[in-house]
Design a protein around this ligand. Structure first.
Ligand SMILES: [Ca+2]
Ligand SMILES: [Ca+2]
Ligand SMILES: [Ca+2]
Length: 285
């Protein structure tokens, strides 16, 4: 409530009291009661005036409280500028922090992108190198396959049989062990090396006394295959073989499948003796 409204209320109350006082004097029916009522109204009017004077009259309690609080600042100086500065900081600080966060994220993702590009380039280079190696390997393998086919075609000119990963030539004539081996070498192969019982059975199925690629020509009693490996088993020797000599005191340094009707068919014989032979062409692809 404004001060003018308070003054208006004061005036109205005073006029109303004076009218009542005049009415009371005219009636003179209760002089003491009229004076008391006048005094009571005057006190109320002054109380109202005091309230409106000391405190700001307002119909809004929050506004009045704010005004009273503001009146309590020393020298009635209100902190308008300080409050504006706080509001400014409160508004700008989150914006600054948000901008700093966005800038950090941008820098971070730029670094991540650069790292990914570098790794992608390294992967591309590695894949290119692997591709070159694979192409080179394929070229080498293709050339080796073609060469093997050429060699196999040459080996099988006079006929051959395949068994597992090898091809075999069974001779139609008889020669010494050395001449038999030279024939195998000329075919791009060598005398057969028996690596398993299955292969032993396969050689026996030729049903002829035939040279195999085993001898002790370099050192008596030390049997080696034509590829230089040592015989590390006594399997497949016939009983009492290898005998080393026969009746005419001739050395027996070359092995053949003599008793081919049984599994243990091996015998040592004089290398100059003419026998059939078996060549083996190993295919390694
Ligand atoms: Ca073999
Ligand atoms: Ca011998
Ligand atoms: Ca013998």
């Amino acid at each position: 409530m404004e001060m003018s409204e308070c003054i208006h209320i004061y005036d109205n109350s005073l006029l109303e009291t004076e009218e009542r006082h005049r009415g009371t004097e005219e009636s003179a029916s209760n002089p003491n009661g009229g004076i008391d009522e006048l005094e009571e109204r005057i006190v109320d009017i002054y109380d109202t005036a005091d309230n409106c004077g000391v405190h700001h009259c307002s119909s809004n309690p929050e506004q009045a409280e704010l005004q009273n609080t503001a009146d309590q600042w020393p020298g009635n100086i209100r902190p308008v500028k300080s409050r504006s500065w706080v509001v400014t900081v409160c508004v700008l600080l989150p914006c600054v922090l948000l901008l700093a966060g966005i800038t950090g994220l941008v820098v971070h993702y730029e670094n991540v992108e650069a790292s990914l590009e570098e790794r992608l380039l390294m992967c591309h280079l590695a894949l290119s190198a692997d591709r070159d190696k694979l192409q080179s390997h394929n070229k080498t393998w293709d050339e080796k396959r073609k060469q093997t086919l050429v060699e196999l075609n040459h080996f099988c000119e006079a006929g051959c049989k395949s068994f597992n990963s090898s091809f075999y030539y069974f001779s139609a004539t008889q020669k010494s062990w050395e001449d038999s081996r030279q024939d195998c070498l000329a075919k791009g192969a060598d005398l057969v090396i028996i690596n398993s019982e299955e292969e032993q059975k396969f050689i026996n199925s030729f049903n002829k006394v035939s040279w195999i690629g085993l001898s002790d020509r370099d050192e008596e009693g030390t049997w080696r295959w034509v590829d230089g490996t040592f015989l590390n088993s006594t399997k497949f020797w016939q009983k009492n073989e290898p005998s080393g000599t026969h009746g005419r005191n001739v050395k027996e340094d070359c092995a053949d499948a003599f008793w081919y009707t049984v599994l243990d068919s091996w015998n040592d014989d004089a290398c100059t003796t003419a026998h059939y032979w078996v060549c083996e062409k190993l295919i390694d692809l």
